[in-house]
Design a protein around this ligand. Structure first.
Ligand code: ATP
Ligand code: MG
Length: 503
């Protein structure tokens, strides 16, 4: 067989024509140090900040410190299987988590992997954990209320959809309970809730999930949990992962409530991580960018403009204080980032005023615009009543001769405090809140003994449910206070029949 020279050259030409000078070389580095949730590697000269990297044993890491000779990597998972000298590969991807409807009702870790034993989560959508917050033109001001169902909040420190309201207090002052009750109250309000548990005991998270499930709230809730035994990088990542899951809904025109419980633990995890990465420590040993840690997270909460679909993400970050000290580093940072704070006072809590909201120091800077008209009307004087009560209370302890006006103020104050108490897992719809607050501020409770007030309230609601459902519906649908004559007549009619418990 003879081979013709032309054939060979034609073949070579054809080969050359198809040749593409593309070489796919994975950029691979070598681990030079590993320990405490971080690793260092050299040879990854082109790695991007925040890029996902994969170690030889399959564990993922995230590029953090990009230095001249090596890269500091936070290990996302167990670092036990990584050794010095192992290879670590670039993936070219930025850290992402799965998002979408499939996550609703599930409990996941900060990587979006299920930890509730209910099987795989089927979704092909992902979002980067770090995302730029919507800009000025992408937003509009907060106009719709987010009803928490907690009287003391909806009346005194109302929250609007898209707002960031800090919940701050010592340990065991009922912070988490506020989150759980608020989520329970979102039933049927078209909200999707995300509860991010940072460094909370697995058993506690489990109880919370059970509570949510019991009240049917898991139907619209995602729980993201990084337990106390998770490596620091996961605790640090959890809020960002939750925010990414929320953004998916927000950018699709839906309304999201996200709770970060709590950011103190996230800051601690970030401090740990930064110290191990040898970043210079600053005040209270937190790294210099700890403000940015929280500001870039909370800026992602927004009420989007109508062009972008009008979705919203409301953030309730939590901060734990030590002995009520709100002037420590992390609390002051987060207070300055948010649109107001709800301060939970341990003295209140232990004296039985629960929820332990301190009306004097709690504020909401934008939520008032979102309050429904009826609520605005009845709650208008409440804050004043309370603060003058607190002032007089200390005098009254010396006690004897108080003039009538002072007596009246004290009376009203005591009843206001009583009305604002609320048991766990009993969120109240806004129309009922309006009715009881109307009765309070119009003096109907002044003659009821303080101990009978809760009973009075419950029977009043039953009475309205049975006889004046139309008034309740009117408040609910129009948001306005019904004809006050009708309201007065209804409450007076009830007051005649109300029998305080005989003791
Ligand atoms: N409104 C309330 N009425 C009655 N009990 C309440 C109320 N709010 C909270 N509690 C109780 O107080 C305890 C502490 O509440 P919770 O766990 O919400 O506080 P926390 O501030 O989140 O605590 P931690 O510091 O452990 O996170 C719980 O046992 C809870 O049942
Ligand atoms: Mg808690």
């Amino acid at each position: 067989m003879s081979i013709k020279a032309e054939e060979i050259s034609a073949l070579i030409k054809q080969q050359l024509a198809n040749y593409k000078d593309e070489l796919t070389v994975d950029e691979v580095g070598t681990v030079t140090y590993v320990g405490d949730g971080v690793a260092r590697a050299n040879g990854l000269d082109n790695a991007l900040s925040g890029e996902l990297l994969q170690f030889e044993d399959g564990t993922y890491g995230m590029a953090q410190n990009l230095e001249a000779n090596d890269v500091g990597i936070v290990v996302l998972g167990s670092f036990k299987g990584i050794r010095e000298g192992d290879t670590v590969k670039r993936t070219g991807r930025i850290m992402e988590v799965p998002v979408g409807d499939a996550l609703i009702g599930r409990v996941v870790n900060p990587l979006g992997q299920p930890i509730d034993g209910l099987g795989e989560i089927k979704t092909d959508k992902t979002r980067p954990v770090e995302h730029k917050a919507p800009g000025v033109m992408d937003r509009q001001s907060v106009t719709e209320p987010l009803q928490t169902g907690i009287k003391a909040i909806d009346a005194l420190v109302p929250i609007g959809r898209g707002q960031r309201e800090l919940v701050i207090g010592d340990r065991k002052t009922g912070k988490t309970s506020i989150a759980i009750d608020t989520i329970i109250n979102q039933k049927g309000q078209g909200m999707i809730c995300i509860y991010v548990a940072i460094g909370q005991k697995e058993s506690t998270v489990r109880t919370q999930v059970e509570t949510l499930r019991k009240y049917g709230a898991m139907d619209y809730t995602i729980v993201v949990s990084a337990g106390p035994s998770s490596p620091a990088p996961l605790l640090w990542l959890a809020p960002y992962a939750g925010a990414a899951m929320g953004e998916e809904f927000m950018f699709n025109g839906k309304h999201v409530l996200i709770v970060y419980d709590d950011l103190s633990k996230q800051a601690d995890a970030y401090r740990e991580l930064s110290l191990i990465l040898r970043r210079p420590p600053g005040r209270e040993a937190y790294p210099g960018d700890v403000f940015y840690l929280h500001s870039r997270l909370l800026e992602r909460a927004a009420k989007l403009s109508d062009e972008l679909g009008g979705g919203s993400m409301t953030a309730l970050p939590f901060i734990e204080t030590k002995a009520g000290d709100v002037s420590a580093y992390i609390p002051t940072n987060v207070i300055s980032i948010t649109d107001g704070q709800i301060f939970l006072d341990s003295d209140n809590f232990y004296s039985g005023v629960r929820p332990a909201i301190d009306a004097g120091t709690s504020v909401s800077r934008v939520g008032g615009d979102a309050q429904i008209k009826a609520m605005k009307k009845v709650a208008g004087t409440l804050r004043l009543d309370l603060s003058s009560y607190r002032e007089l209370e200390s005098f009254a302890q010396f006690g004897s001769d108080l003039d009538e006006a002072t007596q009246a103020k004290l009376n009203r104050g005591r009843r206001t405090v009583e009305v604002l108490k609320q048991p766990l897992h009993k969120p109240l719809p806004v129309e009922k809140q309006v009715v009881i607050l109307y009765a309070l501020t119009h003096g109907y409770l002044d003659s009821v003994a303080v101990d009978d007030i809760l009973a009075y309230q419950d029977s009043l609601f039953d009475f309205f449910d049975n006889n004046y459902k139309d008034l309740l519906d009117e408040i609910k649908t129009t948001g306005k206070l019904p004809d006050t004559e009708k309201l007065d007549a209804a409450i007076s009619e009830f007051a005649e029949t109300f029998q305080p418990s005989a003791e």
